[in-house]
Structure formats: C-alpha cells, structure tokens
Ligand binder design. Structure first.
Ligand code: TRH
Length: 359
C-alpha cells in the first residue's frame, strides 16, 4: 500500500449516547493512521476504547481529553468535527491563526436519503466568531459515487476471505451443530424481542448476543430448545467484524455496525437509531429502496416487512428467510449489494484526496 504524505489530523468526537460516535471516530482514526497519517483524537468519553481497542493506540494516534483541546498545539492540517459536535471556540481560534487555513470538515451521519448527494461537499463560510474567514465543509458518507463513501480499510474483503469461522467459534468453545444457523444480535431494547425468539426457534439456531440490555433480558429467559444462546463480552472492533463474518445472519444497529454488516456480505437486519420526530422511518425506507433495487419482488417484500417490523414501523409477525431457497436468495442479495459498493472509493481515501488537494 502506498502511503500519502503525512498530515496532522485533529478529529473531534462528542459522545451523545451508545457507541456509534466513538466507533466511527476510532475506526476513522485507525484507518488514517494505518495510511501514514498522524491523528489526534479529542474525545469527551474515551471509556469504550478500553474494549474497542484493548491493545492501546496504534502508532500515529494519540487520544486526548476533549476539554484540554483548549491548550492544544497548533491546529492540524485537517480538522474533522464528527456529527456536528461543535468545536471548542479556543481551538477554532487556533485554526484561524494558522498560516495556511486547515481543511475543516463536518463529518455527518450516514443516510441513503436523497439530500445526502445534494449536501455532500457544501461549504459554510464563517463570517463571525473565532473562525472568521475559515470555511467549513460538509462531508456526507453514503452509498453512491456522489457521496463521501463508506469506511472500508484496505484489504478488508481479502481479510474476510481468509477468515476461518470454525476456528473462531472453537476459540469461544463453540461448534456449529448439524443444520444449525448462526445469528448475531446487536440491538437496542426492543418490544419485538419475544417475537424474534419465536421466529428463531423455528430452526436450530446458535444466537451470539452482544452485551447490553438485550443480552441481560435474554439471559433471564428460558429459551426453546432449538435455540442456544452464547453471551459475548464487549470485544475489539476487529473481533466484532469476525463475529459478523462468522454468522449467517446479523442483527445490527446504529451506524457503524450497520456498515460492517454490509461489508460482511451476509444477510442482515438493521435496527435504526430511533428519533423522536420519526425521521428514522423514511431513513430506513430510503436504504431499503437502494438495497433492494435489484432484488426479486418476493425477497424485497419479505426483507422490507421483516426490517420494518423489527423497527416497529409496522405490525405483524417477524419472519426471517428460514427456508433453504429463501435463505440462499437473501445470501446472494447481500453479496450482490457488497459487490455494488466495493468499487466505490472508500471514505478515508476520499478524505485523503481532499486533504492533499487543499494542503
Ligand atoms: O452503539 P450504536 O447504537 O451507536 C449509535 C449510532 O451511531 C447512531 O447513529 C448514533 O446516533 C448513536 O449511536 C448516538 O451502534 P453503532 O453505530 O453500530 O456503534 C457500535 C460500535 O461499537 C461499532 O463501532 C462496533 C463497536 N462494537 C465493538 O467494537 N465491539 C463490540 O463488542 C460491540 C457490541 C460493538
């Protein structure tokens, strides 16, 4: 892999809730550092990094407490404000004080909605305040070439092709039983959980459950015999990928695990982050429209109703592609979607391109 000239990147992350803010920021920091960049990650709650990155920071990355950014050295060549987290005014003043203005980007949430292509790359000149004279640009990740793309580390798909699922399961003391399917579950608390269990129990299933309220609830329940449960601890981001690669069907949520499930190329069900104003409904549908654009009418209808039911956007029994032909069609569709995404330039490469153009 050829490395780009080394720039200094200031990456700001404010944790709202859950792990998506840290997850995306950490993944981006690692990807940039692996490509020879120097990254300072400013974060207000680094606690999840203890399990996301149990071996510490790789070379090229330093992690800093958010408030101390007021006393930082000169601002870096590129400053990334994740998810509109509002930079500390003192730091913005340092950005303005640089001889060459830094590239200032606001990394937005991922969506398949039409506004993303329209808004990607728009700039917001600063006419007042400590950043007067600077220009902030909006960077939207997305699923088409007219967006900022998705995080995908070089060699990710090759690494997956070398992955040995049986060995990975054996390290957990597990083995797939004859005829058993493996399902991973990373979910927000969901009133549809009982319905999911009933559906899963229609077939021998090994359910690998991530930590959290859902896991706690499952551990208290008596599960029907064809369903066996394995409760996972929090694991590193690489191990989390391995989990998605080992399973036949992945339940994911939020933003980063949703993207990783797509790179895993396995059928998946997305539980979207719920918004009080209902904005998550159209956001989910926009992704389904894109994901299912080449699918058969039957698969499209089944996937749509399963996802919408899991997200409480419609009522009715949750159905999964259990029968062999349906399961195979869903698996083919997941690979087809990944093959469509893979030729697009990944998010980190796009950022590097922008940074070097402006430096
Ligand atoms: O935790 P999330 O629900 O995060 C959400 C979303 O980002 C949402 O859009 C945002 O608005 C909200 O937070 C504030 O789900 P997400 O995005 O999948 O992030 C989880 C991260 O945790 C991801 O990087 C994968 C990682 N992870 C591990 O590394 N190991 C683990 O064991 C688990 C369970 C997760």
């Amino acid at each position: 892999m050829s490395l780009s000239p080394c720039l200094v990147w200031d990456l700001f992350c404010r944790v709202i809730d859950n792990f998506g803010d840290v997850g995306v920021s950490w993944r981006l920091a690692r990807d940039l550092a692996a490509r020879g960049q120097r990254v300072r990650l400013w974060i207000d709650d680094a606690a999840p990094l203890r399990w996301m990155a149990p071996w510490g920071w790789p070379p090229g990355i330093t992690v800093h407490d958010w408030p101390s950014s007021e006393t930082a050295d000169e601002a870096g060549d590129v400053v990334i404000e994740t998810f509109g987290c509002e930079l500390p005014p003192g730091f913005v003043a340092r950005m303005a004080a640089r001889a060459t203005a830094p590239l200032w980007l606001n990394l937005e949430y991922l969506s398949a909605e039409a506004y993303v292509e329209r808004s990607h790359g728009l700039s917001s000149p600063q006419f007042s305040g400590p950043g007067r004279g600077l220009d902030k640009r909006f960077f939207y990740p997305g699923f088409s070439p007219r967006t900022g793309g998705l995080l995908r580390e070089p060699g990710l798909l090759q690494a997956q092709s070398r992955f040995d699922a049986s060995a990975w399961l054996a390290a957990l003391g597990l083995q797939r039983r004859p005829g058993e399917r493996i399902v991973s579950l990373f979910a927000y608390p969901n009133p549809r959980l009982a319905d999911l269990l009933a559906t899963l129990a229609e077939q021998p299933t090994l359910l690998l459950v991530c930590p959290g309220a859902v896991q706690a609830e499952l551990l208290q329940r008596e599960l029907p015999a064809p369903l066996r449960l394995h409760a996972l601890p929090f694991v590193s981001q690489d191990e989390f990928d391995a989990l998605l690669w080992a399973a036949d069907l992945n339940f994911v949520r939020g933003e980063d695990s949703f993207v990783r499930a797509q790179w895993a190329g396995k059928p998946f069900v997305w539980q979207i982050y719920r918004q009080d104003d209902g904005a998550h409904g159209p956001k989910l549908d926009a992704f389904l429209d894109l994901y299912l654009q080449d699918a058969t009418a039957e698969l499209a209808a089944a996937t749509r109703s399963c996802w919408r039911r899991w997200n409480e956007l419609e009522t009715g029994h949750l159905r999964l592609p259990a029968e062999e032909t349906a399961a195979r069609t869903a698996a083919t569709q997941a690979l087809h979607w990944r093959a469509q995404l893979a030729p697009q330039q990944d998010l980190c490469s796009q950022l590097l391109g922008l940074a070097h153009k402006s430096s």
